[in-house]
Design a protein around this ligand. Sequence first.
Ligand SMILES: CC(C)(COP(=O)(O)OP(=O)(O)OC[C@H]1O[C@@H](n2cnc3c(N)ncnc32)[C@H](O)[C@@H]1OP(=O)(O)O)[C@@H](O)C(=O)NCCC(=O)NCCS
Length: 160
Amino acid sequence: MLIRAIEEADRIVVGRLVLELWGAHTAVAHGEVFFPASLPGFLVEQQDQVVGLLTYAAADGRLEIVTIDALRRGRGVGSSLVEAAVHRARQLGCSRVRLTTTNDNLDALRFYQRRGFRLAALRPDAVREARRLKPEIPSVGDYGIPMTDELDLERWVGPR
Ligand SMILES: CC(C)(COP(=O)(O)OP(=O)(O)OC[C@H]1O[C@@H](n2cnc3c(N)ncnc32)[C@H](O)[C@@H]1OP(=O)(O)O)[C@@H](O)C(=O)NCCC(=O)NCCS
């Protein structure tokens, strides 16, 4: 398994993956619209196949994970992407890594908390607002749970 930074030559592949995995070219979190295919990030490859993708935006001492996807789950792809993001955050002088998920994403909530992230904010009904910006967001998410609320998780990565 090889993990590497996204390069300009990867943009078309990344754009196609984002559309396939996220149902649109955009991602919405805390009222902000992102275009993941134009962001920096990391790809995980195995035998010339992309098996993982993470995109991020860094600002104000914080690295925000905008998208993270393991195309093959439970094999360490997601963990290696998180560790790459943490490493990059430190290189950029960021003290925190943040991400936003939705109330239905129980697998992600478990995954992040097992990797040092703490719950930082709950925005009840924020997905209703996000749907105005991205109508492709489904009304029902994982496990048949109505997708309604946003949750932020944060991991401190600065000097202790
Ligand atoms: C969340 C997500 C990125 C996690 O990725 P993943 O590659 O499945 O994660 P990992 O394989 O690193 O870890 C998952 C579990 O598999 C285990 N695992 C890791 N490598 C393994 C291996 N080689 N063999 C067996 N199990 C393994 C890990 O220990 C982990 O369990 P733990 O949490 O109890 O420690 C993935 O579920 C995903 O793509 N979800 C859909 C998109 C999404 O919801 N993204 C988040 C939006 S905020």
